[in-house]
Design a protein around this ligand. Structure first.
Ligand code: MN
Length: 237
């Protein structure tokens, strides 16, 4: 028997355990934000190819480069990836999309989700973007958020500042998505479904790791809350 409170708390699968490890700061940050938003973090094992039953949402964590074979490109010299993790996470995302499970995708997760939906990636921002900003080492940069997007509604603003730990980014955006955050060198920093998508489902990719900053982070907290709320709705619909 589960108590009513437990049954209302949605289980959120979190990928990337093989890369981060259970005790890492990254994993704690993901788990803490899920819990603070009212969800139960379920750490997916190494590697996990099947979605556990009764999940309310899937959090695609950061990590290595997605192999460019998945978007019909050849690897750039900087490629550093993990084939087993790609295979496992592509299977998980494909299953999650088929169920319309709420998905929050962070950094590598954002890139992977775009690839699975049919998009492509900039393989190395420093060498493949004209006048690139620095996007590594946690450097902060501004983002512009289109008015009317779900992200703008959640954050209550059309400008923000994010940290940056990536050398790749979305290049060709997958069909059905719209950019919801972009920075001054043109790099896509986030996406969500386009205006024709069902408002019932939650799908969002973000390139930053603001969740690493504080448990009360003003950018991550509203996103995780809306994600977990959508996961709760998914389980009860
Ligand atoms: Mn960035």
């Amino acid at each position: 028997m589960t108590s009513p409170t437990q049954s209302l708390a949605p289980r959120i699968g979190i990928t990337g355990l093989s890369t981060y490890g259970r005790r890492s700061a990254e994993y704690r940050a993901y788990s803490d934000h899920v819990q603070a938003a009212g969800g139960i973090p379920i750490l997916l094992g190494t590697p996990h190819h099947r979605l556990p039953a009764n999940l309310g949402g899937l959090l695609l964590a950061g990590g290595e480069d997605v192999h460019p074979q998945h978007y019909d490109a050849t690897p750039h010299v900087t490629y550093h990836g993990n084939h087993r993790r790609d295979a496992a996470e592509i299977a998980l995302v494909t299953a999650a999309l088929a169920q319309e499970l709420p998905i929050l995708a962070i950094c590598r997760g954002c890139q992977l989700l775009n690839v699975v939906l049919g998009g492509s990636l900039v393989q190395d921002i420093p060498s493949q973007t004209p006048d690139p900003l620095l996007h590594e080492d946690g450097v902060r940069h501004a983002i512009a958020i289109p008015a009317g997007s779900r992200l703008a509604t959640l954050l209550g603003t059309t400008v923000s500042t994010v940290n940056s730990y990536h050398h790749q980014a979305v290049s060709r955006l997958a069909p059905g998505l719209m950019v919801n955050a972009r920075t001054t060198d043109g790099t896509i920093e986030g996406f969500e479904p386009g205006p024709d998508a069902s408002p019932l489902s939650f799908l969002m990719g973000v390139q930053w790791h603001r969740e690493l900053e504080t448990p009360q982070d003003s950018v991550s907290q509203p996103i995780f809350r809306n994600f977990v709320e959508s996961a709760r709705t998914f389980r009860t619909r």
